[in-house]
Design a protein around this ligand. Structure first.
Ligand SMILES: [Zn+2]
Length: 172
């Protein structure tokens, strides 16, 4: 079965991704003050399966691992919207870019960084994960295996993590 077909059949689908600690910290502070406020992030990965999950199940859980800090999940949030292949001449793209963190507002679609933004994703309810847990506790939808210790792709589709039984998917 394709990953997208699995995503459609799995209600507890979630996303694991990386972002910079400094941005995540700001997002969590905003989340603590006004949880509903939407924040747009950029990524060079194409989140096709994430988009399918969102369209099928509604807003999804997202786990963040701060870049270059090893295997920890330190923040989580809700993904409210995903836009694939954003274009600077597209009004929908511009609308989402208005909700970027102020310190990234001049980054556009990374035209100046020799990289390409292939997905814009919008989160709300960003918060600190206390205590942080290892992303190796998350199970990938693609093959049912735990996320690899050396996961570096920056994006994975996983089962939600249950803090009570500390497993993914929940075994409670
Ligand atoms: Zn559980």
């Amino acid at each position: 079965m394709s990953l997208q077909a699995k995503v459609k059949k799995t209600p507890d689908v979630a996303i694991l991704c990386q972002n910079h600690r400094i941005y995540l910290e700001h997002a969590a502070k905003i989340g603590a003050q006004s949880p509903q406020q939407r924040i747009t992030f950029r990524t060079s990965a194409l989140w096709k399966s994430g988009k399918v999950g969102l369209e099928t199940h509604g807003p999804l859980r997202i786990y963040f691992t701060p870049s270059t800090e090893g295997d920890i999940v330190a923040y989580e949030a809700i993904v409210e919207d995903i836009l694939l292949e954003p274009r600077s001449d597209d009004p929908a793209t511009q609308k989402l870019l208005e909700h970027c963190l102020p310190e990234t507002s001049d980054q556009g679609l990374w035209e100046a960084y020799d990289e390409q933004v292939r997905t814009l994703y919008v989160i709300s309810h960003c918060e600190w994960v206390e205590p942080p847990f290892s992303y190796t506790a998350l199970t990938k939808l693609s093959d049912g295996a735990p996320v690899n210790e050396n996961y570096t792709t920056g994006y994975a589709i996983v089962h939600e993590y249950c803090p009570r039984c500390q497993s993914s998917p929940c075994r409670c």
